[in-house]
Design a binder for this molecule. Sequence first.
Ligand SMILES: [Zn+2]
Ligand SMILES: [Zn+2]
Length: 220
Amino acid sequence: MTTTDTTVKLSLRDLPRTLGASVHHDIAWVVPEDLGTSAMWVQPGSTLHLEVDLTSVDEGVLAQVSGEADLHGECVRCLDPVTETVTFEAADVYFEKPRTLAHPSAEEEVPEETRMVGVGDVVDLEPLVRDEVLDLVDPLPLCRPDCPGLCPQCGVHLADVPADHHHDVIDPRLASLAALLGDAGPDEEMAGGVAPDAPIVEEGTTPEPSTREEQGRGRD
Ligand SMILES: [Zn+2]
Ligand SMILES: [Zn+2]
């Protein structure tokens, strides 16, 4: 296996230029910055293993590249890290000289980007791999298909709380009472010593248990 730096340019020195002749390369490519998108990317500095076959064809060299990459990103709903392993296969012809269409016509589509054999008889595989990885990137990654996301009120992971997690919109006239009871769920209320069947406070009395307790401690 050949380890390259962050460029992945292969010399065609070893490739016989007889039609159909081919060479195989095992490449360990040190991944450069920005391989992917802001949604999902390959960790820069990690090593990507590429299997490359270069074959002499009519007008140049056919490059076939395959590999496996770990894409990293964030779940768009809950922001948890997401990792996805993708395998890719790419193939394209690198032309020896600029391509001229034999019978150009208005209807014939000229390829937007033609890959060329570079100066010094090399093929640069980076754009080929880059295009392929971009195609595989999920623009909206999810930690799991049914990720419920975050609670819009308190930001808790909805996957970690009971399905009935919600926030009551409290009538302002009852807000002070709600503050005394706290925002705890039923289990926490019981743990705090408030029995679910606590006697109903009689009319005319002020339900201020916490204040009274404090005053009692003060007297002791
Ligand atoms: Zn998620
Ligand atoms: Zn919430």
